[in-house]
Design a protein around this ligand. Structure first.
Ligand SMILES: NC(=O)c1ccc[n+]([C@@H]2O[C@H](COP(=O)([O-])OP(=O)(O)OC[C@H]3O[C@@H](n4cnc5c(N)ncnc54)[C@H](OP(=O)(O)O)[C@@H]3O)[C@@H](O)[C@H]2O)c1
Length: 303
């Protein structure tokens, strides 16, 4: 299959692209920067560079400025929106009008769609929430859903916090633990809905292959944990002092609005759609996931 990936140079793409190449697919990556092509992987700066005789069979839309990358100033919020909403609009318009549209579009979204929801168990049927990240995800999904109206099978990927060793959120989350400080944000009772990056890749491959699947899918592990439970699980792999909270006002002072939406509140998201479709997780639980990522067994602590 020829698969076009936007934002394929990012944290998820860095695991997805080698996996899809290994599986024998041909990849084109739409990127803002220049890269060297290989025999099986071509880089594009714009969709117009796609050659007419090699329309992609599938499109995976991952592009977007990093949500946790910077303080959410007004200008950065505009960039967060433009990179997703305008970017997805341009992508969908191009393919909806194309003579040979792709068979399937997988378009990233995030569990931020559900907004802050306490302990509610959230499947794909749950209503959207409120706040900047929820509104962003709703607008992003609406643009992607226009592909479904144009007859393209469309899956909306509501991604949880993607964990792996080389990058992503865990790089930042592990930093205090590496210095012997175990902590959780605020009360620690808020839920963290996470997923191993390898399960993200496997779920994307599954959704590409299953022709009957469309609509929103929560890409989260079946075992979300509270921030305190996550801290406890991390402490099995690092020599730290006993865990302690970072008070909410300190988090807000350090990170601004982003702290409130991404860290001090949470969502308990369940992957009902993937489970119903028969997707098998390689890493369903946090302990095995962290053991695989850090290459250590619980109790066999990293210095
Ligand atoms: N990782 C997670 O935990 C997580 C959780 C929920 C949702 N998601 C969503 O899933 C998607 C992929 O995640 P990821 O972790 O791989 O993201 P990432 O590492 O931040 O990379 C996404 C890619 O988007 C492109 N990009 C960055 N800034 C951009 C901008 N201002 N305008 C247009 N493109 C821009 C970059 O590609 P080029 O530089 O090559 O153009 C970058 O490699 C993102 O949309 C993200 O919001 C991720």
């Amino acid at each position: 299959m020829h698969i076009l990936i936007t934002g394929g140079t990012g944290f998820i793409g860095q695991a997805l692209v080698p996996h899809l190449l290994q599986a024998g697919h041909r990849i084109s990556i739409l990127s803002r920067s220049r890269h060297r092509d290989t025999a099986q992987c071509t880089f594009l700066r714009s969709l117009e560079e796609l050659s007419p005789d090699s329309a992609p069979d599938a499109v995976i839309n991952l592009a977007g400025a990093s949500l946790a990358g910077k303080r959410w100033t007004r200008a950065y919020k505009e960039e967060l929106v433009a990179s997703r909403v305008q970017g997805t609009r341009a992508l969908v318009t191009y393919f909806a009008e194309s003579a040979e549209p792709p068979r399937v579009l997988l378009s990233a979204s995030a569990i931020g769609y559900y907004g802050p929801r306490g302990d509610d168990a959230l499947t794909e049927e749950a209503a959207p929430g409120s706040g900047f990240s929820s509104e962003l995800c709703q607008a992003w999904e609406q643009e992607a859903a226009r592909a479904a109206e144009a007859g393209i099978r469309t899956c909306l990927l509501r991604l949880g916090v993607v964990l792996d060793r080389q990058g992503g959120a865990l790089k930042e989350m592990a930093l205090p633990f590496r210095f012997g400080v175990a902590s959780w944000p605020g009360s620690g009772h808020q839920y963290l809905s996470w997923i191993h990056r390898q399960d993200v890749v496997a779920a994307m491959e599954f959704l590409l292959a299953e022709d009957t699947l469309a609509g929103p899918f929560n890409l989260t592990a079946p075992g979300p944990v509270t921030q305190r439970e996550f801290c406890h699980a991390m402490r099995k792999h690092f020599r730290t002092l006993p865990g302690m909270p970072v008070p909410s006002p300190v988090m807000r002072l350090l990170l601004g609005e982003m702290a409130g939406e991404l860290l001090l509140s949470g969502q308990r998201v369940l992957p009902a759609g993937l489970r119903r479709a028969g997707f098998e997780y390689r890493y369903p639980g946090i302990d095995d996931t962290l053991a695989a990522i850090f290459g250590t067994q619980a109790g066999d602590r990293l210095p």
